[in-house]
Design a protein around this ligand. Structure first.
Ligand code: SAM
Length: 283
């Protein structure tokens, strides 16, 4: 493919964090191409994956593997090189450091006084958030959910009160189990599955976690997935408020009276509040 004619010049020394496409190669940016072409060294997660990308754009470059297992010496060598020439960091796809290697390298480069900058571009989490139709004013990106059921549940429970859309990376074989876990915790929240973004079979499907789990049980998904969970809805709020109110009432009164006070204030069933008050007192 012929490169677009943009003035390149020799880039300044430093570490350039360069985003690459997450599927559709047309999403490479002009600045990314200029940097990949002008870099003295490209640090990458997998030299074969990045080699293919460079081949596609007719770029020849020196590659250095930098994955999560890179030694401190490898990072030091890369940082030393970035003191006097332009070094690019890419991952296999999307934005480096976002569930991808690079954090230590960037931290150490900054500490060493090396110029560090980011050339933005594709990121699956951001694309999914932009198209899912869930609140986007506040979101929390939490990487991959744990694989084991107990750990996954604990992670989700830990995020229960976050008043923001939750964004996770997920794999196709684990999607249904994750959706079932979400359905158990939050049966009414709106959930979205964004799959194969920017590719031929792109889809974004939303609904309750249970309805999505049923859909994907019947149509096993393929490819790459972002899983999004809407913020707590109104049906979850009273339970949280009731706990806080019960705790406050329990500071002044016994469980029976506390349950009565909160029942009157909220309209929640007194017997249920009494049971909860006993639990809270035992905590
Ligand atoms: N750094 C990348 C980014 O900026 O999106 C993410 C790297 S992470 C190792 C890979 C995960 O990102 C995949 O397992 C999937 O959850 C998500 N992902 C990457 N490309 C995707 C795509 N085209 N559609 C949906 N999800 C994608």
């Amino acid at each position: 493919m012929e490169l677009p004619s943009i003035p390149v010049g020799t880039p300044e020394p430093g570490l350039y964090i360069v985003a690459t496409p997450i599927g559709n190669l047309g999403d490479i940016t002009l600045r990314a191409l200029a940097m990949l072409q002008g870099a003295a060294l490209i640090a990458c997660e997998d030299t074969r994956v990045t080699g293919k990308l460079l081949n596609h754009f007719g770029i020849k470059a020196r590659l250095q593997r930098l994955d999560d297992h890179a030694s401190p010496q490898t990072r030091t060598r890369i940082i030393d090189e970035a003191r006097h020439s332009a070094v690019v960091l890419v991952s296999d796809a999307g934005t480096p450091l976002i569930s991808d290697p690079g954090y230590r390298l960037v931290r150490e480069a900054r500490a060493a006084g090396v110029m560090v900058t980011s050339i933005p571009g594709a990121c699956a989490a951001i694309s999914a958030l932009a198209m899912a139709g869930l609140p986007s004013d506040r979101f929390l990106f939490a990487g991959f959910l744990p694989v084991k059921d107990k750990a996954r549940r604990e992670t989700l429970e830990g995020l229960a009160q976050v008043a923001a859309t939750l964004v996770f990376y997920e794999t196709a074989p684990r999607l249904e189990r994750s959706l079932r876990a979400i359905a158990e915790l939050w049966p009414t929240r709106e959930v979205a599955v964004a799959r194969e973004l920017t590719k031929l079979h792109e889809e974004c499907r939303s609904g309750t976690a249970a309805s999505l789990a049923d859909h994907y049980a019947a149509h096993p998904p393929k490819g790459e997935i972002v899983l999004l969970i809407g913020p707590p809805d109104e049906s979850e709020a009273p339970a949280l408020d009731a706990d806080a109110m019960l705790r406050a009432a329990l500071a002044e009164a016994g469980p029976g009276k506390a349950a009565g006070i909160v029942a009157k204030a909220t309209g929640i069933d007194r017997a249920a509040l009494y049971t909860r008050a006993l639990e809270l007192r035992g905590e």
